[in-house]
Design a binder for this molecule. Structure first.
Ligand SMILES: [Zn+2]
Length: 304
C-alpha cells in the first residue's frame, strides 16, 4: 500500500520576472530529502548542518535563488512553532555585530518604538532598550525563546507569526528583521507589512544571507545557506530591488561582520592539536581578542 503523503507542497515563482519559462530559471540543485526526513529540529537555526534542501532554481536575470516546490504554509508554520532558535554563548557577540551597522544612524533617528520580527529570545530587544528605545516589541513563533527572555522585554514578545494587522500602521520608528526574510514564502508581502507598520520617515533594518558572499561561492551546494529553511535567497543587487517594490527607500546595503574571540574560532574549527593552538594564542595574548570576519551576511537599512 502506498504511504500517505505527510506534507502538501506549493510552487513558488520568481519575485522579479515571469518564471513560467524554465530556461530563465534553470535548476541549480536537485531536491535531496524525503518527507520523513523533516522535523522541527531541521528547522531550528544553528543546528548541526544536515544540508537538506528543496529543488533550487536560479533566476538568470536577477541572480535570485529560490526553492521551487516548498511545503505549504500550514506545514512550515507547524515546523517553525516547534523549532528552537537561540544562540547560547554567541548571543553577546551577535548583539554587538547587529547593533554596529546602525549605531551611527540611530543618532539621528527618533527612538520611541521598535519592533524585531523573528526576535528569538529578545536579544536585540535588549540592545534596543539598552540604547535608548522607549518601547520594544518582538514577534517569535516558538514559545521557548520567550520563556527565557529578559524580564524587561518579555511582555512585549508576541508568540506567533508576523502579519497584516498585528500592529497599527505608521506605528514604529524602527522595524528589524534578522535572518528571517529568506525563510518566508512571501518575502514581498512581509516587506509590504513592514512598510505599513513603519512611521513615515521611520526605518527598517534587515540582515540575511548573501548568495554572492565568498562562502556561498566556495561551498556551493554544501554552503549552509542551501537549506530547506530557505525559500528565497538574495544578493546585494536584488534585495534592494525587492525592498523598493514594497515602497521603501534604500539607505545603505553592506556586509555584516561576525566577531568572535579566537577562543571560539579555535573551539569551532576542525583544527587538530587544539590544546597546542590554545597555548600559542594564550602566549601571544590573543586568546580573548576578537576576530571579525565576513561570514556571508549582508544588511540593509531602509527608510519610509
Ligand atoms: Zn526571475
Amino acid at each position: 500500500m502506498a504511504q500517505a503523503t505527510r506534507y502538501q507542497y506549493v510552487t513558488k515563482e520568481c519575485l522579479f520576472c515571469d518564471s513560467t519559462d524554465p530556461a530563465g530559471h534553470p535548476v541549480l540543485y536537485q531536491k535531496n530529502f524525503k518527507d520523513e526526513d523533516l522535523n522541527a529540529e531541521v528547522f531550528s537555526a544553528r543546528r548541526t548542518a544536515d544540508h537538506f534542501h528543496y529543488e533550487m532554481v536560479k533566476c538568470q536575470k536577477t541572480g535570485l535563488i529560490f526553492s521551487r516546490n516548498i511545503l505549504d504554509d500550514n506545514s512550515l508554520n507547524k515546523l517553525y512553532k516547534e523549532s528552537v532558535v537561540t544562540f547560547g554563548e554567541q548571543t553577546e557577540f551577535i548583539k554587538r555585530d547587529y547593533w554596529k551597522p546602525i549605531s551611527e544612524f540611530v543618532k539621528k533617528w527618533s527612538k520611541k518604538k521598535a519592533l524585531d520580527i523573528g526576535c528569538s529570545n529578545g536579544f536585540f530587544l535588549e540592545v534596543l532598550k539598552d540604547n535608548g528605545y522607549d518601547e520594544v516589541y518582538g514577534v517569535e513563533p516558538g514559545e521557548e525563546p520567550k520563556a527565557i527572555a529578559r524580564a524587561d522585554v518579555k511582555d512585549n514578545i508576541h508568540t506567533g507569526f508576523y502579519g497584516a494587522g498585528l500592529y497599527p500602521e505608521n506605528y514604529f520608528d524602527l522595524v528589524c528583521c534578522f535572518q528571517t526574510l529568506d525563510h518566508l514564502s512571501d518575502p514581498l508581502g512581509m516587506l509590504q507589512n513592514m512598510y505599513k507598520n513603519v512611521k513615515p520617515g521611520g526605518n527598517a533594518y534587515l540582515i540575511m544571507h548573501n548568495t554572492k558572499a565568498l562562502q556561498a561561492k566556495i561551498f556551493g551546494e554544501k554552503s549552509p545557506i542551501i537549506d530547506v529553511e530557505h525559500i528565497y535567497l538574495f544578493n546585494k543587487e536584488n534585495l534592494p530591488q525587492l525592498c523598493q517594490k514594497a515602497g521603501f527607500k534604500v539607505v545603505s546595503v553592506f556586509d555584516v561582520k561576525n566577531g568572535y574571540p579566537f577562543s571560539y574560532w579555535i573551539r569551532m574549527s576542525p583544527l587538530p592539536l587544539k590544546k597546542m593552538w590554545v597555548g600559542i594564542f594564550k602566549a601571544l595574548g590573543l586568546y580573548n581578542k576578537v576576530l571579525a570576519i565576513n561570514a556571508g551576511n549582508m544588511g540593509i537599512i531602509l527608510e519610509k
